[in-house]
Design a protein around this ligand. Structure first.
Ligand code: CAP
Ligand code: MG
Length: 439
């Protein structure tokens, strides 16, 4: 430290957080030559009111807005868990972009840290009260589909993109008729030349209408409206005009400001928001640097999505730790999230009445993996099976039936192989994939 620095003024190990403080749990790996206190002081300073040098003008009131690093835990691998308390007045009410600009902003680039990861953000009631949360929540989505006693099923008409609207609707007709509840656009399907949004909307809604009449089941379309903001708003209105109760956004790609906007429109049109998390792994995957998916899921519930992808419990094609996925499912569904006693990375989080959110498990799933998914994540879940339906040897209709049969077996506690003896579509799926865990 040099005499013009005041970073250690942002460290106070005797500080007792106020009930109104917002608290961030950071995983900090100090850079060479910096103590953890010097590194943490810089993080607390740069994310609240500080700068690199003492200032000739500093009204006393501003000292009230200083963040304080107050709790330190050495993890023994060069990194530390550090809790930083922020006076709530530091943040504009009801604006997630402002919170992100502070505690998810400059600090990741500071020379004083070799690694910096935001593991959790405790949101006090004084902050949460300015947000509305999900429009429909788990109960509202179940009412839209009339599906109450099992996971909700979605399928992406794979390959990810390329079908024209007629082909897309035909594939959707087959797996919706076979028992899938939702046809889901893939994250990179928007309004490309080969599948314009309006055309897909018209064809898919006609298909849903036909399947609902033929099966008596309610169906829906997770319509990916991800686009520049004004176009996104136009597409949301189009989906609402057709009476489809769902939209989908790649929420990390569109950003927090747009998500606020989408959520307002979803409330106006009584739509549920399916939040795909494409792009998250650019900064959630490294355990020493970036932001945890836990934080993204928490902030998405705060703003108000109804489904959000959280990964698979160790059985899918994308990297995820089972305990993390289970933690996120609890965070999304509970009224009061309580971390396990030995979990120092997360803080309790009451939700003050914000509706619960459907966790979505997806990525490399097929009938052989579904009992494991339900064992870890329960029934209040959206399960997306794309390749695992479209890749069934007897086609999408059989693929959908095989998924429903695997779910039935899991809920009845019957081993898949035994259930497959009386359910040929499941048998054929097991012949192709068994219980393989795709990588
Ligand atoms: C899955 C998926 C989803 C991933 C996203 C895909 O397809 O449609 O985008 O699940 O990952 O494009 O890979 P499959 P996550 O069912 O064919 O694997 O859910 O972890 O965010
Ligand atoms: Mg996808």
């Amino acid at each position: 430290m040099t005499d013009f620095e005041w970073y250690l003024d942002f460290v106070d190990k005797n500080y007792e957080p106020k009930p109104t403080d917002l608290i961030v749990v950071f995983r900090i790996t100090p850079a060479k030559g910096f103590s953890i206190e010097e590194a943490a002081g810089r993080v607390a300073s740069e994310s609240s009111v500080g700068t690199w040098t003492t200032l000739s003008v500093l009204p006393p009131r501003i000292k009230e807005l200083m963040a304080k690093a107050y709790w330190f835990k050495d993890l023994g691998d060069g990194s530390w868990l550090v809790r930083v308390a922020y006076p709530i007045d530091l943040f504009e009410e009801g604006s997630l972009p402002n919170l992100a600009s502070s505690v998810l902003g400059n600090i990741f680039g500071m020379k004083a840290v070799k690694g910096l990861r935001v593991e959790d953000i405790y949101l006090p009631k004084e902050y949460v009260q300015y947000f509305k949360g999900p429009v429909k929540g788990i109960q509202g989505v179940r009412e839209s589909l009339k599906v109450y006693d099992r996971p909700v099923l979605a399928t992406v008409p794979k390959p990810k993109v390329g079908y024209d609207p007629d082909e897309y609707a035909q594939v959707a007709y087959e797996f919706l008729s076979g028992g899938v509840d939702l046809v889901k656009d893939d994250e990179n399907l928007a309004s490309q030349k080969f599948c314009r949004f309006e055309k897909r909307l018209e064809k898919v809604m006609k298909t849903i209408d036909r399947v609902e009449k033929e099966t008596g089941e309610r169906k829906g379309w997770l319509a990916n409206v991800t686009a520049p903001v004004e176009e996104m708003k136009r597409r949301i209105r189009l989906v609402a005009d057709y009476g489809n109760p769902f939209i989908m956004v790649d929420f990390v790609i569109i950003g927090w400001s747009s998500l606020h906007e989408v959520r307002e429109l979803a409330e106006d049109y009584k739509l549920a928001i399916h939040a795909h998390r494409a792009f998250h792994a650019a900064f959630t995957r490294n355990p020493y640097h970036g932001v945890s998916m836990f934080v993204l899921a928490k902030l998405a519930r705060l703003v108000g999505v109804d489904h959000i992808h959280i990964g698979t419990p160790g059985v899918g094609k994308l990297e995820a730790k089972t305990r993390d996925v289970e933690n996120m499912a609890n965070l999304l569904r509970s009224q009061e999230y309580k971390p396990a006693k030995d979990d120092l990375f997360h803080l309790p989080q009451p939700w003050y009445g914000l509706k619960p959110v459907f966790p979505v498990s997806s990525g490399g799933l097929h009938p052989g993996t579904l009992p494991e998914v339900i064992k870890h994540l329960g029934v209040d879940l959206v399960i997306q099976v794309g390749g695992g339906v479209l890749g069934h040897p007897d086609g999408p209709y059989a693929g959908a039936k095989a998924v429903r049969q695997a779910i039935e077996a899991a809920l009845k506690g019957i081993p898949l192989e035994e259930y497959a003896e009386q359910h040929k579509e499941l048998k054929r799926a097991l012949e192709k994939w068994g219980v393989v865990r795709p990588a």
